[in-house]
Design a protein around this ligand. Sequence first.
Ligand code: PLP
Length: 419
Amino acid sequence: MTTVDTAPPLDPQSFRSDFPILNKTIHDGKPLVYLDNASTTQRPRQVIDAIVRMYESEYANVHRGIHWLSDQSTDRYEDAREKVRQLINAQHRHEVIFTNGTTAAINLVARSWGDSNLKSGDEIILTEMEHHANLVPWQQLAERTGCVLKHIPITDDGQLVMDTVDSLMTNRTRLVACTAVSNVLGTINPVKQVIQRAHDAGAVTLVDAAQSVPHMATDVVDLDADFLVFSGHKMMGPSGVGVLYGKEALLDAMPPFLGGGSMIRRVKLDSFEPAELPAKFEAGTPPIVPAVGLGAAIDYLQNIGFDAIHQHELLLTKKAHQILEGIGGIRFLGPIPELKSGIVAFVVDGIHAHDVAQLLDREGVAIRAGHHCTMPLHKRLKIGASSRASFYLYNTLEEIEILGQALEKARSVFQRKRS
Ligand code: PLP
């Protein structure tokens, strides 16, 4: 994950009209202010058009038919794989496996690599800030194999305590799985360093890049990541498609996870021979159209440029911190804006996160409230729930001001109630 601060500033107004949903007004004419992008993003017309075009003129099943339409569909699907390969700088196209999301990709690794490589007493290192998707599959693996889970602790301001990493590693450490960007704290983790230390200890690494690939340049070769996973819907692609990147040698050695059509070379009544990569891990009819939509989203993002996107989100994050600090009674989760992605999670003194979200919604502002699939992180921070505003390239400084005004209104409603 690399960030540079030399990109010219983004002007979201110059492309906001690409996003039909952002023109919506809700609750008696209030403009929709969509600040729930860490949950899922909105799609530009270009992605919607690519999906419609596919269904209207190029759709058939892939890798199956010996007919023109199937060839067209297969070409579009494989073009999308190549776009993903280029996006993350994988060495080979067959190192890109389409799944239906980050969760599915992590489960694939836990079931396939985990079940065949881990035994009782082996160790997996995670962190205290992981999304449930990067906790539960490993807990399930621990239940199946008796392997042991350890966690890199975090500081009170939401950064990994890197000093503990070496002491957590032992000669039983087999895997280190870490999020690149926390979906709550926004912290941009030093994953390259984590990977290096894991490799020094002879462990395999998995990067949960669900919150980083959509926002910053990603290079799996530079990172030396063994596995890296992300979801299409968090980067303006359709839901139902995600990516598992894995190094060729690892994927080659892993048994298939799901069995069925497409993932075989040969089947007899009592046995089968798996197909080559990537088909080995794409059983059944894959997410054909979602993958093509993801390809269109990648084109759109690359056209704008990840450095510009990151700089824009940093601007929005700084502005949000500044405005929310001015309101008072707000505790931020995570580090200072310079150390994080465009995610601002907070707790408002005396108001439950769900009430905050509901009051903001009345003003047209969509944020998320709850534990954001990170219950252990919330426990570590000694809170039950938080509110989270999360930004993307199409958000504007004016929208951050509306967020601030809506929050101020929410506070005064509650203060009136209490007095
Ligand atoms: N990991 C992180 C860091 C996330 O933010 C999310 C989604 O919020 C996931 C994993 C799960 O992604 P999906 O629901 O697309 O499988």
